[in-house]
Design a binder for this molecule. Structure first.
Ligand code: SF4
Length: 342
């Protein structure tokens, strides 16, 4: 297998069939702080450092999440993970446990009355990229007695200070939830094959699972017997089957929940999945990965990012702003018109 580094977060794999597949995470695919800055890091012009402010930000967000901790169901499997195959096996077992738990009547309910599990790992293939990500909350149930049971996806965003959400923050979170919708649906309707994805990652489907992992899954009631899953490929099929019970049931109603540390409440942003919006956004991003367009600097509304950017003194965007010239955008980003729900 030939491996070529395209960037820090996006790689190209030439598989045995010579089909070019890139892999990335939902976060890298969707929400770069600034494409131009990302490009400077990827090309080695800048060296990425974890600043004190970034460390503080991570701590603050963990604290906020704790304040608002919701009684969502968790499946925890704790074993020393030694290999990449062990790591993927653990993720798949936890995902399987959560997908089984969500239909149980005894599971924790969200304030909307839906059975809810948090942090569900998803996998998929979008615009030529293999993509992985974690959706914050997955709800299952009926919103009213006349509705059929459905899956409801929700993203959780933590904020420091006032609960003021800008349009660009909302747009980024909405796109993220729409990507999770596509990943969940692809797994549920079988248009995305989890075993094929794992094979592309170089994992061996016929390899037996780590016995310590099976033991931990048994203790967590994720499986009923260690002989239930003979190898990694069987685990992948089991997880895909668990997703397929929700085929045609993933609601197009999506939600982002914003919470802050000032305890001034929770804000919900509800909107409808839109294939046209997400396709137009993804094809624009993929053009960047394929090097068919140049990375863009931040728009004028996000010029605050340049004040804390290490590349600022040399960046053509800040030079233009200082000289009062139009920003040197090489191409226009797509216009995205979301459908909001009240
Ligand atoms: S100075 Fe601004 S536009 Fe330039 S790389 Fe940094 S954040 Fe991006």
């Amino acid at each position: 297998m030939i491996r070529q580094q395209l960037g820090r977060n996006v790689r190209t794999l030439a598989t045995e069939t010579s089909k070019i597949i890139k892999k990335t995470s939902v976060t890298s695919l969707l929400t770069p702080w600034c494409e131009l800055q990302q490009d400077y890091y990827d090309s080695g012009i800048l060296t990425r450092r974890t600043t004190l402010a970034m460390k503080q930000g991570t701590k603050t967000h963990a604290k906020i999440e704790k304040i608002y901790e919701l009684p969502f169901e968790s499946v925890i499997i704790e074993v020393p993970v030694l290999t990449f195959q062990d790591r993927r096996s653990t993720e798949l077992l936890v995902t399987y446990g959560k997908l089984c738990a969500i239909t149980q009547p005894s599971i924790a309910k969200s304030p909307t009355g839906l059975n809810t599990v948090c942090e569900v790992k998803l996998f998929g293939h979008l615009s030529g990229c293999d993509v992985t990500g974690i959706i914050d909350a997955v709800g299952f149930g009926q919103k009213s007695p006349q509705d059929p049971p459905k899956i409801y996806l929700r993203e959780l965003k933590t904020m420091h200070g006032k609960l003021e959400v800008s349009q660009s923050q909302k747009a980024a979170a909405r796109l993220q939830a729409m990507v999770y919708y596509k990943l969940f649906n692809g797994l549920a309707d079988g248009s995305f094959s989890l075993p094929d994805f794992l094979t592309r990652q170089g994992l061996q489907l016929n390899k037996p699972l780590n016995p310590a992992l099976l033991e931990a899954a048994l203790e967590s009631n994720v499986i009923s017997s260690p002989s239930q899953i003979k190898n990694f490929g069987e685990l992948a099929k089991l997880v895909q089957t668990a997703f397929s019970q929700f085929e045609g049931m993933v609601s197009e109603e999506l939600c982002t929940e914003y919470i802050n540390d000032a305890k001034t409440g929770v804000t919900y942003d509800k909107y409808i999945f839109d294939e046209e919006i997400i396709s137009s956004f993804l094809s624009d991003r993929v053009q960047l990965f394929l090097k068919n367009r140049e990375p863009r600097g931040v728009p004028a509304s996000e010029a605050f990012k340049c004040r804390i950017c290490p590349f600022s003194p040399r960046c053509p965007v800040t030079t233009s702003i200082a000289a009062g010239l139009p920003l040197p955008q090489l191409s226009e980003p797509p216009k995205l018109l979301f459908t909001q729900i009240d």
